[in-house]
Design a protein around this ligand. Structure first.
Ligand SMILES: C[S@@+](CC[C@H](N)C(=O)[O-])C[C@H]1O[C@@H](n2cnc3c(N)ncnc32)[C@H](O)[C@@H]1O
Ligand SMILES: Nc1nc2[nH]cc(C(=O)O)c2c(=O)[nH]1
Ligand code: SF4
Ligand SMILES: [Mg+2]
Length: 181
């Protein structure tokens, strides 16, 4: 059984796959307490893998986004295998502090200040920008680097930072801009 906060269908609003229809599986709870966290994730219902897959299969998209809370605290090879058997492309939004099943198709790591990373494979890095030094994050082994304004509030500061550090791209939380989930 895995503790699920919500399962919903929307567009990926952030990062490399922005605009892509995706089924979001939001797991409950997190090992960090970021003061800017925009998600209420503590509530949840225990679900079997069969129940999770049945819910996921209701939606036509191929992409699944495992998120939370911190999804890495709840997942294993078995769940990823079942999602693959259902024909899904499995992506994850993680703070990177916990190891991941190697079979996940796409890893979005959003490292947090002072939280030690426990993963060495990631496809994109997505930093919530609050004016911090981002040079340490540039050393991470990712293909794509995104800087995301915090709660859509400091966009001008984030744009300025991207222009000064062209390795990075701007990621807007587009779902918030158009008021979808
Ligand atoms: C709610 S977190 C869940 C996944 C995981 N715990 C993590 O932090 O990556 C999903 C994404 O939203 C980002 N995020 C959280 N609060 C935010 C905020 N107020 N503004 C912008 N992005 C935020 C996180 O950094 C992460 O990239
Ligand atoms: N539309 C939409 N895109 C997202 N990308 C990452 C999200 C998350 O909360 O992990 C998220 C979310 O909550 N909604
Ligand atoms: S790691 Fe992610 S879910 Fe956990 S508190 Fe930070 S932003 Fe929220
Ligand atoms: Mg979100």
């Amino acid at each position: 059984m895995r503790k699920i906060n919500e399962i919903f269908y929307s567009l990926q609003g952030e990062g490399y796959h922005t605009g892509t229809p995706a089924i979001f599986v939001r797991f409950s709870g997190c090992n960090l307490k970021c003061d800017f966290c925009d998600t209420q994730h503590e509530e949840g219902t225990m679900m079997t893998d069969e129940e999770i897959i049945t819910e996921v299969k209701k939606y036509p998209a191929v992409t699944v986004v495992l998120t939370g809370g911190e999804p890495s605290l709840w997942i294993d090879d078995q769940l990823i295998d079942l999602l693959h058997q259902a024909g899904k492309y499995v992506t994850i939004e993680t703070n990177g502090t916990h190891p991941l099943p190697a079979s996940i198709d796409w890893v979005t790591c959003s490292p947090k200040q002072g939280a030690k990373l426990a993963i060495d494979r990631m496809d994109e890095v997505k930093v919530v920008y609050e004016g911090q030094d981002i040079s340490i994050f540039e050393l991470l082994p990712a293909e794509h680097f995104f800087l995301q304004p915090c709660s859509c509030n400091n966009t001008a500061l984030t744009v300025d930072c991207v222009m000064r550090h062209p390795k990075w791209r701007l990621s807007l939380q587009t779902h918030k801009l158009i008021d979808i989930r």
